[in-house]
Design a protein around this ligand. Structure first.
Ligand SMILES: CC(C)(COP(=O)(O)OP(=O)(O)OC[C@H]1O[C@@H](n2cnc3c(N)ncnc32)[C@H](O)[C@@H]1OP(=O)(O)O)[C@@H](O)C(=O)NCCC(=O)NCCS
Length: 209
């Protein structure tokens, strides 16, 4: 299996909407916000995200030529809309989501509130087509993100709602900073120290004398 990581281009919009909506439709926060099996609402949500919100860097994973994975990351402090911008966002870009709008606002208002003040590069979303999960595509996308953190000497930050993802991110040096129930869904907030600080912690203490 050949996994190729390349920059996302707008021509891949439909393929990415399909893979992300299928990847996330059973995630607890998405079920809490949109209801279960709401592929339609997840498709709308990701279409809005890709067109209006995911303004940082994005990469896709091609497997045997097909676009089957996506990752987006963005430098703080622009990683989420400011709390005061949320009503305007709701009345404009979020409008197609209809009855789910209050849930989406609750969700992102909370994430905005907890977003760290320290400089960081915010990860999300990252998703792999369900049929291909567990075969290294997510790792390849994460490696691209970690490479960026190292280039920029930046800390990393993310939110997640699945315990198996917590373990996945721990493999890349993230630690849980906070955990809570959000709209009834378990949510973990994870932080990765700046590479300099991270490497200093990882390396053995220098011998004295
Ligand atoms: C999380 C995700 C991006 C990981 O990508 P992936 O290609 O499945 O991951 P990899 O194959 O590189 O690594 C597998 C590891 O991821 C974790 N994992 C998380 N979800 C998994 C899943 N559905 N299937 C298999 N492994 C999963 C496991 O810890 C696994 O470790 P292991 O190989 O030691 O068992 C992907 O599973 C996914 O899209 N999940 C649904 C959407 C989602 O939750 N995205 C992240 C939101 S914060």
């Amino acid at each position: 299996m050949t996994i190729l990581i390349e920059k996302y281009s707008a021509a891949q919009l439909d393929a990415v909407i399909s893979l992300l909506s299928q990847a996330f439709v059973t995630n607890p926060l998405h079920v809490a916000a949109f209801g279960s099996e709401r592929i339609d609402q997840n498709r709308l949500f990701f279409r809005i995200g890709l067109r209006h919100m995911f303004a940082g860097q994005a990469f896709v994973a091609r497997v045997n030529g097909q676009v089957l994975g996506y990752v987006h990351f963005n430098a703080s402090p622009y990683c989420l809309p400011a709390p005061e911008e949320i009503p305007t966002v709701a009345a404009t870009v979020l409008k197609p989501l209809g009855e789910a709008i209050p849930n989406v606002i609750n969700w992102f208002a909370r994430w905005c509130h907890l977003d760290p003040d320290e400089p960081h590069v915010h990860l999300g979303p990252i998703g792999v087509a369900p049929g291909l999960q567990g075969r290294g595509v997510g790792t390849a996308l994460m490696n691209r993100y970690i490479e960026h953190l190292k280039q920029e000497q930046s800390a990393g930050y993310l939110e997640t709602d699945r315990p198996e993802n917590v373990e996945f991110y721990q493999k890349f040096g993230f630690v849980v900073r906070h955990q809570e129930q959000l709209m009834g869904a378990p949510t973990w907030y994870m932080w990765r120290q700046r590479p300099e600080d991270h490497d200093a912690l990882a390396s053995p203490p220098k011998a004295s004398g």
